[in-house]
Design a protein around this ligand. Sequence first.
Ligand SMILES: *Cc1c(COP(=O)(O)O)cnc(C)c1O
Length: 406
Amino acid sequence: MRTDESLRTAEAVRDAERWTPRNYHPLPVVIAEAKGAWVTDVDGRRYLDCLAGYSALNFGHRHPQLIAAAHAQLDRLTLTSRAFGHDMFADFCRELTELCGKDLVLPMNTGAEAVETGIKVARKWGYQVKGVPADQASIVVAEGNFHGRTTTIVGFSTDPDARDDFGPYTPGFRIVPYGDLAAIEAAIDDTTVAVLIEPIQGEQGVVVPPAGYLAGVRRVCTARNVLLLADEIQSGLGRTGETFACDHEGVVPDLYLLGKALGGGIVPVSAVVGDAAVLGVLRPGQHGSTFGGNPLACAVGTEVVRLLATGEFQRRSAELGARLHAGLRDLVGHGVLTVRGRGLWAGVDIDPALLTGRQACERLAERGVLVKDTHGSTIRLAPPLVVSAAELDHAVAQLGAVLQES
Ligand SMILES: *Cc1c(COP(=O)(O)O)cnc(C)c1O
């Protein structure tokens, strides 16, 4: 970066680290405004956003329909708490159940809260419906998982950074290798209430399990009377070219755990969606959230569901995703080792002999393309689903140029 253009950025980067702990290591880019697939930094430089807030911005920055819904709601009613009803609640829940083909929606705020909700519901279902002895419930999870940052959730993470020194950990979780159906079968016993799984492991580097795995997990869960909890917080809502990543194998989980894009990149909105036979175990006082299902969240979330109901974004993700993956595959052997993913979602392993994932991200940022590294030499691309073919080609070309000059 040229210093004359970077004065505000340098200052803003310094300031941003000054009054906060170092629990993040952001790229040296300070964004001031954004529209669609593009962001502009404090020095007026523009970048193509190929991370999209880890899929929280599936519809791009400030999608006009979502912003209009938010504005209209801000002018009318923003919060009631669930102590009272409000007039945006029913439509949100009904339209989201229709999108998911389920009976009920339990709205929360963050993804981690949706996961926590899924765990609580699965345990209560286990005791009340399945008949698991008190305090014996077990949940099977996968190695390399990312389900959020709460103390319970990090306890069954296999990433030392996420987990270490945050114990004592919540018991009741069994960790098996990801993609290994036999391991799941072997881990299930009479105490097992759920298998909690990401249909594609995003944080792990966009790891796609072997074909037939999800369908197999569904089969095993059904046969053993175990709930399938699909964490579609990052993989869902159009990202992979279908509404849900589970759709690629015709799999319907017992509970969908949703978040990120459900809030349209405007407000945190998460939800657990399932049938009455499962979610119906909760009674007043047993679970909740002050902000969950608030009017502003419902206004935006309903509009998100309406965008998805058209199928347009899923189609774009499938078509443009094919183009993205073809472009990235052409870089294999030219600094790229492997490419994984589905739809507009890709994990790219860079040859570590050339440069680290972090270095690749920094150099791409200098060239006006924002992506994020994960686990050493992997970079992850998840552009907003409103990105154009030409913009995608541009991003791939910039990655090619970075690798060529390394
Ligand atoms: C981001 C993410 C979460 C956690 O969501 P937060 O809103 O950050 O709490 C959980 N699961 C998956 C798969 C995610 O990608």
